[in-house]
Design a protein around this ligand. Structure first.
Ligand SMILES: Cc1cc2nc3c(=O)[nH]c(=O)nc-3n(C[C@H](O)[C@H](O)[C@H](O)COP(=O)(O)O)c2cc1C
Length: 200
């Protein structure tokens, strides 16, 4: 399939059918996704697969009982067939940008980064994973997990960085409620692209 078509076809899915996604297959797709660019070849992104039998426990730690009881999307999301935890390691970037060939950047301190490349790298790898899943006709949603990030990592026994996001993976069951975000008035994709015409 044409890449532009794949990009256009990919949409977040928030209601899955409960079938398992093969964790070994998913690990390989995660490794493929890590072909994504990485600033200074810092390689500071990690992906951790939560297999189907652990998805319920993941939701127990990634959400709270009130949300699970009341959120219309809770049942559909919790039928994901696997979850990928995407973590990133700021220290690897501080170390890399403190090396001889990059020290002049002044980026060996976390506060010095106007735009943290560990998040940029994590986003690129996550997008690559979403496209690979789409290519395989699987469905996914990227899920911000700020409130419970530490609890999720503790539960998963992952101690190699900060949680960037969770990617819920599965097969859509067609019962998705469209995101409220999609009804927002936003400029068209084409209108978000301009050709620079410098003033001088
Ligand atoms: C960094 C990031 C965090 C997101 N977090 C969530 C989330 O926590 N829950 C959710 O349902 N969707 C989340 N989304 C999905 C967006 O809502 C979605 O991409 C957007 O509404 C556009 O829809 P589409 O991806 O289906 O085209 C997130 C997307 C990104 C890029």
């Amino acid at each position: 399939m044409d890449l532009a078509d794949l990009l256009a076809r990919r949409r977040m899915t928030r209601s899955f059918d409960g079938s398992a996604v093969d964790p070994a297959w998913l690990e390989e797709r995660c490794a493929d996704a890590l072909w994504a660019p990485t600033a200074g070849n810092s390689a500071g992104v990690r992906m951790h697969v939560v297999s189907h039998e652990h998805v319920a426990a993941y939701f127990d730690h990634a959400t709270d009982a009130a949300w699970r009881a009341s959120a219309p999307r809770a049942p559909g999301l919790s039928r994901a067939g696997a979850v990928v935890l995407v973590t990133c390691q700021p220290e690897r970037y501080l170390e890399r940008y403190g090396a001889d060939d990059k020290r002049a950047s002044g980026l060996d301190q976390r506060d010095a980064w106007p735009l943290p490349y560990w998040h940029a790298d994590a986003a690129m790898a996550t997008m690559a994973l979403l496209l690979l899943l789409e290519e395989a006709r699987l469905a996914a949603t990227i899920w911000g997990s700020f409130r419970y990030a530490e609890a999720i990592l503790r539960w998963a026994d992952v101690d190699d960085g900060e949680l960037f996001a969770s990617v819920l993976v599965g097969r859509g069951d067609g019962a998705d409620t469209p995101s409220r975000s999609l009804s927002r008035e936003v400029p068209s994709r084409r209108a978000r692209v301009t050709r620079v015409r410098p003033a001088d």
